[in-house]
Design a binder for this molecule. Structure first.
Ligand code: FAD
Length: 399
């Protein structure tokens, strides 16, 4: 069931974009995500003959970055609404693949922020697969709090440090096994501790090419949900990067961290509205088909009322997300609202997927039906991009 009819004033161009993305989500992402989920070995997700590469290619061919091109004349509000609708569609198709497309943008974003043409040329190309390497084996939730040097001391030794070395930086250490696209990325937006020669002064954001011989990767991570999303450690053994690859110096990190997490969390908010919508759609179709007591189960009042509750939750999460994304685009980032949207959407996704599984009865538990995968995918989202409870504390600190 699509809620597109509720959108007022969508231009024919906007309608066309959303319907193209829906087709991609339905015909490319959903079947590929299902096939990748079923692979026993996560190394096969990124194997040479994996369907993953075809999905990436077709995603690039959509050319969605053109939405932000002033030549297309979309206002900031239109761009925000389109971004929400596109992410919802992608989350509806397959949330793991949608996250893979999302994090690939991070080096491109840093390169664009730098304003330096040579960095944009190197890191902002359409073929570039990127990642956001921020969490570490010993620092997961710690990274949500933008560490100053004093805080880093309390939190304990960082696992990855960039040290000033002549006219550049030497990066050594490792990032967590949770880095999305960590096993395949060409470049990283790396956020790590910075030492200019007199001890750690905070966290900085670097562009780091991952084809450097001093970079190595861990084994692809095996996990219960979003299995199409490849993840793995990245090890840096004295990787040398030029000075201008430090795009976010420690002094600017608190401000950038707020803006970056606002964008990431509000994007998660849209994407998991899409997953919740997928769970609702599947449950509605099933309730119309499955006959018990001589009638389709949708005729039973308790099933109908469960479906209504799911529908209400999805639409509430969508409404909050739209408000947050639009306000971020027009008024600037407000992290607490983005967190409210991420937490609401991911909790809704999990609750709606669980209710959908209940409507499927025993079949819901079977791998022959799609709903158990959606529930597993939704569960991961409550930890991804920050544990929901820790994010809540970070939001409340801004009241
Ligand atoms: C699907 C997925 C994709 C991810 N993608 C990326 C990525 O692209 N790049 C990247 O760098 N990382 C990524 N991550 C890592 C993710 O950001 C971390 O898993 C998350 O921040 C939590 O860190 P942790 O797993 O180390 O848990 P911990 O920080 O060890 O937390 C364990 C528990 O303790 C609680 N807790 C921790 N600290 C506090 C506190 N201060 N106050 C109260 N409670 C606390 C938490 O709520 C949690 O319940 C991803 C994770 C997942 C699941």
């Amino acid at each position: 069931m699509s809620s597109i009819e509720l959108e007022s004033g969508l231009s024919p161009e906007e309608r066309e974009i959303v319907s193209t993305v829906h087709k991609f989500a339905e015909e490319v992402m959903r079947p590929a995500g299902t096939a990748l989920d079923q692979l026993e070995d996560p190394a096969d997700v990124i194997a040479k003959d994996s369907v993953l590469w075809d999905v990436f290619k077709k995603h690039q061919e959509l050319g969605l970055e053109a939405i932000a091109d002033p030549a297309n004349g979309f206002s900031l509000g239109q761009q925000a609404r389109l971004r929400c609708m596109i992410s919802e569609e992608m989350g509806w198709g397959d949330s793991g693949l949608a996250i893979s497309f999302g994090v690939t943008e991070f080096p491109r974003m840093l390169a664009t922020m730098s304003g330096k043409p040579h960095l944009m040329e190197r890191y902002a190309g359409p073929q570039m697969i990127g990642c956001w390497a921020i969490t570490e084996p010993d620092h997961g939730s710690d990274q949500i709090n933008y560490a100053t040097s004093a805080e880093i001391e309390t939190l304990g030794k960082p696992n990855c440090i960039a040290r000033k070395d002549g006219d550049g930086w030497l990066v050594s250490g490792q990032k967590a096994a949770w880095v999305s696209n960590g096993t395949i990325a060409d470049a990283a937006a790396l956020f790590c501790a910075v030492d200019r020669g007199e001890g750690i002064v905070g966290v900085g954001g670097f562009l780091v090419p991952l084809d450097d011989p001093a970079v190595s990767r861990g084994k692809p991570l095996d996990k219960i949900g979003q299995r199409a999303l490849n993840q793995g450690e990245i090890f840096f053994d004295g990787v040398r990067v030029p000075d201008d690859h430090l795009v976010v110096p420690p002094e600017a990190y608190a401000m950038f961290g707020d803006a970056g997490l606002t964008q990431a969390n509000s994007g998660m908010g849209s994407l998991f509205v899409g997953l919740a919508q997928a769970a609702f759609d599947l449950a509605l179709d099933y309730a119309r088909e499955r006959v018990q007591g001589g009638v389709a189960i949708i005729e039973h009042q308790s099933v109908r009322s469960r479906l209504f509750e799911m529908f209400r939750q999805v639409e509430s999460a969508r409404a909050l997300n739209r408000r947050v994304v639009e306000s971020n685009a027009i008024n600037g980032p407000k992290l607490q609202y983005a967190i409210a949207s991420k937490v609401t959407s991911t909790q809704t996704a999990f609750d709606v997927a669980s209710a959908a599984l209940q409507i499927f009865g025993g079949n819901g538990l079977s791998r022959e039906y799609p709903i158990e995968k959606i529930l597993r995918d939704a569960r991961a989202s409550m930890i991804e991009d920050g544990c929901n409870d820790v994010l809540g504390l970070a939001a409340a600190a801004r009241f």
